[in-house]
Design a protein around this ligand. Structure first.
Ligand code: SF4
Ligand code: SF4
Length: 304
């Protein structure tokens, strides 16, 4: 059953629309497969965790044809599941670079043997190498050493960040973890835990800790509410899955609204302008980081 959209407060003051971003970004969940089974994984209830994008040439052609503003190529952010277990991962990266697209990746860093080939393939088109630390599976000392080594190999155009989900179990360890990564010069960010796709209820101490650590992915907030504010997602940002199904952003897919068509069937229709946000809980730190909505108007809201 479709979940009703949240109510936006009638007295909310709509802020001016930010300037159109030149660079578009698409988050591609290229597979649902993953070699981990984290207890808090938001995808653990998916019916099929064995799916992966098969017709990668069709995806590459479609990414290459996305409408550019001022000639600035799009950035394709590869994620999953775990994208590095996709059998064509490095080939896909080469294909994106051949189309002069920018590339980022979110990986659990278990296939660390593929990190060097990835960095070589992405070369100066690499933007962000985001490594998610899953303490239920990772060997922490090795993870830190390998993250520091990978950072040394990045081109100057790229950055590396380590993220960790702030589960109740992880909370007491997060500040010490942040210090360990700081010691080796690696940026460390926390992500609030989601259950049933909403951010879990943190007590005041938990919230204070997350704010001290920079909020969700360093944005300064834990649970952004941009309801009613103009946002360029759907126009200069969208998400697409392994079958090509495209939505404006993650909350849009969660509510099964604002579907944009199918990327590989040729039915993708991006919005031609910013539109009001229909949601009350924005977890989309990519468009937030790029200022696609009035980020200064963000307020935290812990229930959706
Ligand atoms: S590594 Fe990521 S995708 Fe894989 S089980 Fe853990 S949270 Fe889920
Ligand atoms: S949830 Fe976030 S990304 Fe999606 S429309 Fe709202 S502000 Fe934009």
């Amino acid at each position: 059953m479709q979940r009703p959209l949240p109510v936006i407060p009638a007295d909310r003051i709509r802020q001016p629309t930010p300037a159109m971003p030149d660079e578009g970004v698409v988050s591609w969940n290229m597979n649902t497969t993953c070699n981990y089974r984290c207890s808090y994984c938001t995808q653990r209830f998916l019916d099929d965790r064995q799916r992966w994008a098969a017709d990668t040439p069709a995806f590459l052609a479609a990414f290459g044809a996305l409408p550019q503003v001022s000639g600035v190529p799009w950035e394709v952010k590869l994620s999953g599941g775990e994208p590095l277990v996709h059998p064509g991962f490095v080939e896909v990266v080469r294909g994106l670079v051949a189309r002069e697209l920018f590339v980022s990746v979110v990986s659990n860093f278990s296939r660390h043997d593929l990190i060097d080939p990835f960095i070589d393939a992405a070369a100066d088109r690499l933007r962000v190498l985001s490594l998610s630390l899953h303490l239920e599976f990772a060997d922490l000392d090795r993870f830190i050493a390998r993250a520091a080594a990978a950072q040394q190999r990045l081109p100057h155009t790229a950055s590396l960040v380590v993220t960790c989900v702030a589960t109740k179990q992880n909370l007491p360890a997060l500040e010490a973890l942040a210090m360990r990564f700081a010691d080796v010069g690696v940026r460390f960010k926390v992500q609030p835990e989601k259950q049933d796709r909403d951010i879990v209820a943190y007590d005041d101490d938990g919230k204070a800790l997350l704010y001290r650590l920079g909020g969700h992915n360093g944005t300064g907030h834990i649970a952004h509410d941009f309801g009613g504010q103009p946002c360029w997602s759907g126009s200069r940002y969208f998400i697409v899955d392994d079958a090509g199904e495209a939505y404006r952003c993650y909350p849009a897919r969660r509510y099964r609204v604002e579907r944009l068509g199918n990327l590989v069937h040729g039915t993708l229709r991006l919005h031609d302008a910013a539109r009001p946000c229909l949601y009350r809980s924005c977890h989309c730190t990519v468009p937030i980081a790029r200022g696609m909505m009035p980020v200064d108007a963000a307020v935290d809201r812990f229930e959706d």
